[in-house]
Design a protein around this ligand. Structure first.
Ligand code: XMP
Length: 515
């Protein structure tokens, strides 16, 4: 049974389940997202102080709609059902749910609070909220009273105060419900009597104890990519067990200019760890020889990485554990009731793709955290800001930014052009508003003229996008002057390039990377 105070968010497939979890943690309460059909026994082992039922895209009128173990409602744990979560509560407890007339209610609405108790304590009687529902509750279950409503949705909130079960039709987790955080706060602290006080410092202390107990005198190997997640995982494990962790960094020859040196300096001087670089550039280039298809390239890079890493791990005799920087969203995706994305757009690869027959036990110390929490953790562990603010860089590296066959010569051209693009955009983008920026080398040659001479040379594309989560992205409106400077510097300083173009495509329909 868990000793720390935790809240369980039942995931009914809402795109907002993670946001609910974030809000709870912002309020200083530790929280985990669990499957909607978690059994009473499984939940009992987690021992949550409160339960939140998320919304979801389904309707209780669809066959096979996501359900929950109704015995959970008899455990005496306070429950807050949001949107679909409220409807499922009403269904189970024999209230009435109906399809909305006129197709439902989407967008801003104002509720009138009739009973300012529980989740509405100390809040105004008129509240702006965000609605997004087709069905709604038309009769609250027995024992429930109606707390708030709108003209379109007379039962916008209901409660059984004795059982501490609440249902709300609107979404308190989104910013468009300005008092939403107060409603969640009321539920956690007034209704569920949570104590709060969960901090990153506590997380570090608990993790260090847990890792020490688990590892004992054994050895852990850790795949370091130089990115934020694996670096923070390594730093945390190092805090726990010091040199019993051996970090391995695979130089696949597809890294950006200066990257190997940066990672080397970081982990030997600035943040010294038991750290080793495996130089495998040749092995990757050889494996990629003659290959032009993007998916085949990705698969080859992924497989070669696994082979190289396995060989290196074999050299660490007696290692029992393998550490990875897996984050919470990676795990939730595979747990989602909707089963995650329906089609593979690109085969993403990172250390997460290692085969099970590596015969290590996994340690994933960040698997309960979100990306921004990992950055905060890294800061508390003393990792440099420069590392923590690093842009995402794809596992297959420059291999997917060099379109067509990967050769040493073209890699050198791309590296130099990319360095210039990064230098100039970094100089311009002081507030770090651009999500990612880089150069792409195209498999096209074009005619140019340099000093009266005809040239027939490579074309480089510059890609810079704004984004919040990489799921969607827009091309960054970089000033012409900055683009002009990048173009003239690349053409003048990088031999073999006579043309630079700027990519003005959004995602979708394009993707951020070109391959
Ligand atoms: P796309 O190109 O799919 O990229 O729009 C979305 C984000 O994912 C990054 N990316 C990867 N990250 N392994 C990774 O860890 C990969 O194989 C990979 N491919 C793309 C990309 O840089 C962008 O941030």
């Amino acid at each position: 049974m868990k000793e720390i105070e935790m809240v369980a968010v039942f995931d009914f497939g809402s795109q907002y389940a993670q946001l609910i979890a974030r809000r709870i943690r912002e309020l200083g309460v530790y929280c985990e997202i669990v499957r909607h059909d978690i059994t009473q026994d499984e939940l009992g082992r987690l021992n949550p102080a409160a339960i939140i039922l998320s919304g979801g895209p389904s309707s209780v009128f669809e066959s096979g709609h996501p359900r929950m173990d109704r015995r959970v409602l008899d455990m005496g744990i306070p429950v807050l059902g949001i949107c679909y979560g409220m409807q499922i509560l009403a269904r189970i407890m024999e209230g009435t749910v109906e399809k909305g007339k006129g197709g439902g209610e989407y967008g801003p609405a104002r509720i009138t609070v009739k009973s300012p108790i529980g989740i509405f304590a100390d809040l105004p009687s008129r509240l702006a909220v965000w609605m997004s529902h087709g069905d709604h509750v038309t009769q609250a279950p027995e024992g429930f009273s109606v707390l708030a409503g709108t003209s379109a949705c007379p039962i916008a909130a209901m409660a059984n105060s004795d059982k501490k079960i609440y249902g709300i039709q609107f979404h308190p987790e989104v910013v468009h419900t300005p008092k939403g955080l107060d409603i969640i706060r009321n539920f956690l602290f007034n209704v569920a009597s949570c104590k709060g006080g969960w901090t990153m410092g506590k997380f570090i202390d608990e993790s260090v104890t847990r890792i020490r107990d688990l590892v004992g005198d054994d050895t852990v190997i850790c795949g370091l990519s130089g990115g934020v997640d694996s670096s923070v995982a390594a730093a945390l494990i190092h805090r726990a067990i010091g040199d019993q962790m051996k970090a391995i960094f695979v130089d696949n020859g597809l890294l950006r200019a200066g990257e190997v040196e940066e990672v080397h300096t970081l982990f030997t001087k600035e943040y010294p760890l038991n750290f080793r670089i495996v130089d495998a550039g040749e092995r990757f280039i050889t494996a990629l020889k003659g290959v032009t298809d993007p998916e085949t390239k990705r698969k080859i890079i992924g497989k070669t990485f696994i082979d190289v890493f396995s060989d290196a791990a074999d050299d660490v005799h007696g290692a029992k554990f393998l550490a990875q920087g897996t984050l919470y969203p990676d795990i939730i995706e595979s747990r989602s009731p909707s089963g995650g994305p329906s089609s593979t757009i690109k085969s993403h690869h990172n250390v997460g793709g290692l085969p099970e027959d590596l015969q290590f036990e996994l340690i994933e110390p960040l698997k309960e955290l979100f990306k921004d929490e990992v950055r905060i953790l890294g800061k508390e562990l003393g990792l440099p800001k420069k590392l923590l603010n690093r842009q995402p860089f794809p596992g297959p590296g420059l291999g997917v930014r060099l379109i067509g066959e990967v050769t040493e010569e073209d890699l050198a051209i791309l590296r130099n052009a990319d360095l210039i693009a990064r230098e100039e955009i970094e100089r311009y983008d002081k507030k770090q508003e651009i999500w990612q920026f880089f150069a792409v080398l195209l498999p096209v040659k074009s005619v140019g003229v340099m000093g009266d001479e005809r040239t027939y040379a490579n074309v480089v594309a510059i890609r810079a996008v704004t984004s919040l989560d990489a799921m969607t992205a827009d091309w960054a409106r970089i000033p012409y002057d900055v683009l002009g400077l990048i173009s003239s510097r690349i053409i003048n300083e990088v031999a073999g390039v006579n043309r630079v173009v700027y990519d003005i495509s959004s995602k979708p329909p394009s993707t951020i990377e070109w391959e």
